[in-house]
Design a protein around this ligand. Structure first.
Ligand SMILES: C[S@@+](CC[C@H](N)C(=O)[O-])C[C@H]1O[C@@H](n2cnc3c(N)ncnc32)[C@H](O)[C@@H]1O
Length: 199
């Protein structure tokens, strides 16, 4: 669609599969970068003939506003602000099903703040999928940073789950090795709604 998406192809299909089965009313993507994933989410909504996207980005790259607006039909709303405090609930009706993909500032502190901010919007029929929970594994690579070993989205997920027993990680035994940027990032509210084969 002419814009870059910073995800592995397998992960894009996992997200598509989850969105197909959950059928959210609203998809919140935090961190837009070039807008490719945002447009992909919107195109899924078009295929499903259901749902819209709220994208939150603190510093939109050149051309992103225009590319997202071109989707038309009010399918994408871009909020230009810090994603840990974005007023997304003002753009939602009570009871809407919300799927959240936090992918902005990857520090533990910021991801934890995002999880606290968005968790109240996510009921048992949907999920939060935290991007880049594999960052610690990349700390030793040529472009990796040492601080990633401890300061990363996975650490935020662990501390969030410890403080929120009403949420659980969704995982399943894998018969084949999975290549994913966010294998440990699939979170669901416990005890409600239907089981989702998201991965
Ligand atoms: C990893 S990229 C997002 C990739 C995009 N989700 C995709 O799949 O192609 C991270 C983005 O988050 C934005 N960002 C960083 N800190 C932010 C913050 N506090 N609030 C909102 N966006 C932020 C950056 O400007 C950058 O565009």
């Amino acid at each position: 669609m002419g814009r870059q998406a910073l995800q592995l192809p397998d992960d894009v299909l996992r997200l598509a599969s989850a969105i197909w089965s959950l059928r959210p009313d609203v998809i919140v993507e935090t961190g837009v970068y070039d807008g490719g994933l945002t447009l992909f989410f919107a195109s899924l909504c078009r295929l499903l003939d259901h749902g819209r996207v709220i994208a939150v980005e603190i510093a939109p790259r050149e051309g992103v506003r225009e590319a997202l607006a071109a989707e038309g039909a009010g399918r994408i709303t871009l909020l230009e602000c810090d994603s840990a405090t974005a007023p997304v609930e003002r753009l939602m009706e009570h009871g809407e099903r919300v799927f959240v993909f936090p992918d902005s500032d990857h520090s533990s502190e910021h991801v934890r703040a995002e999880l606290e901010h968005y968790a109240p919007l996510v009921d048992g029929n949907s999920m939060m999928v935290v991007a880049d929970t594999n960052m610690a594994d990349l700390a030793g690579t040529p472009e990796g940073e040492d601080r990633w070993r401890a300061d990363n989205p996975h650490a935020a997920v662990e501390s969030f789950l410890a403080a929120h027993p009403e949420f659980e990680r969704v995982s399943r035994p894998s018969v084949v090795a999975e290549v994913s940027y966010f294998a440990s990032g699939w979170l669901r509210r416990r005890g409600l709604g239907r089981a989702v084969a998201s991965r």
